[in-house]
Design a protein around this ligand. Structure first.
Ligand code: PLP
Length: 394
């Protein structure tokens, strides 16, 4: 089928919730995607921060193939070795936490919100959660309620009660929002969907930690987009020297397969007991095997160092472009999550790049977002920069 045929067939039958681009991909190799008409694109989008090792990485493909040949699904009524091993691995990487597996970012954030409520109920009958304006936590009703962007709430009100939204990067606002009913603070260490917003207050997250300690609240970091090496550290909060009580991961965790993980301090996780929460597919052995391969590859190929070095190169080049252009306000980010803040809408630049076979996306209206694979080479980074420079000058 051609691009046009696939697009047409999709539009006939799919619920129309995505503003899709008229492109259908049939193959991916490393940082390149091939569309149904045979065109090759450089992918600085990674399926929304998911395929962080690029497409068709042999370690991930082999892990999926060999696990699928053995066993694909048994449910959480039973155990599997890949799930046990992945839980052990993640726990070892995050302070001996206990792990709950689900299938998406929204689901693990939903789990975190439910954990906070259950824990709060047992700790003084508390249920309120403080979350941030401009955040994104998912599309289920609880995660949507915690998503501080009104445009996503329209038509779905009323939102879940007990969620207070305050400005990101504003410690005093959090302090003022704490009530005797507050159980937790939920925040992205760097806001992704909101426009790649890095807290400007250097002590922001550390001060949230202090507020949580003082008031016996759970500090919960949504690392669904910025976790798994995206920022040049395995977890974004490592840049800020702050350890949360609860952390959520998804997107890049499974190398392209749907998997999410909520990690919680064991004493906190203990509030959830058999029957209190669950999911049929969570911890699927094929997805867990893929995630183990992703973690192995990040370590073996030193991808955190590469993400830092190539991310810095990209940001430096983009800043040079910004100096020569009157269209760019700011270049910001960490490692391989980069936001180019435009004076006007970012979408025309996305379209211009796409015409020249570079995929990136626009978020928050005026922010061009780059999410390249962590193993991007310098040559591939230069290829992307050349296209962006050309797209801007056009
Ligand atoms: C920070 C963050 N949390 C949660 C989500 C929701 O993840 P999912 O789309 O897998 O439900 C996203 C998705 O973009 C995200 O960026």
């Amino acid at each position: 089928m051609t691009n046009a045929e696939i697009v047409e067939l999709t539009h006939q039958h799919l619920v129309n919730v995505y503003g899709c681009l008229p492109l259908a991909f049939v193959e991916g190799r490393g940082p390149y995607l091939i569309d149904a008409d045979g065109n090759r694109y450089l992918d600085f989008f990674c399926g929304l921060a998911v395929t962080s090792l690029g497409h068709g990485h042999p370690a991930v493909v082999n892990a999926i193939r060999s696990q699928a040949e053995k066993l694909i699904h048994v449910s959480n009524v039973f155990h599997t070795e890949p799930m046990a091993r992945l839980a052990q691995r993640l726990s070892g990487l995050f302070h001996g936490a206990k792990v709950f597996f689900a299938n998406s970012g929204a689901e693990v954030n939903e789990a975190a919100i439910k954990l906070a409520r259950h824990w709060g109920a047992e700790n003084g009958g508390r249920f309120e959660i403080i979350a941030m304006h401009n955040s994104f936590h998912g599309r289920t009703m609880a995660t949507l309620s915690a998503t501080g962007q009104e445009k996503y709430h329209h038509g779905f009100e009323p939102m879940l009660p007990g969620i207070t939204l305050v400005n990101f990067d504003d410690v005093e606002a959090v302090e003022a929002a704490v009530t005797p009913k507050t159980a937790a603070v939920l925040v992205e260490p760097i806001q992704g969907e909101g426009g790649v917003v890095v807290p400007k207050t250097p002590e922001y997250l550390a001060r949230l930690r202090k507020i949580c300690d003082r008031n016996n609240l759970l500090l919960m970091f949504d690392e669904v987009q910025v976790g798994m090496g995206r920022t040049g550290k395995l977890f974004a909060h490592e840049h800020f020297g702050v350890v949360p009580d609860v952390m959520t991961l998804a997107k890049a965790l499974g190398g392209g397969l749907p998997i999410g993980a909520m990690l919680a301090r064991p004493e906190v996780a203990a509030t959830l007991t058999p029957g209190t929460h669950g999911t049929t597919f969570g911890g699927n052995p094929v997805a867990c095997a893929a995630a183990l391969a992703v973690l192995d590859t990040i370590e073996k190929d030193r991808l955190l160092a590469n993400a830092t070095a190539i991310g810095n190169y990209l940001m430096q080049e983009l800043r040079t472009i910004a100096e020569q252009s009157d269209q760019i306000v700011e270049v910001r980010g960490r490692g391989m999550i980069i936001g180019v803040v435009m004076k006007g809408e970012a979408r025309p630049i996305v379209d211009a790049c796409l015409k020249q076979r570079l995929i990136l996306n626009a978020t928050a209206g005026n922010v061009l977002r780059l999410l390249p694979p962590l193993n991007l080479t310098l040559e591939q980074a230069q290829e992307g920069i050349t296209i962006i420079r050309r797209a801007l000058s056009d």
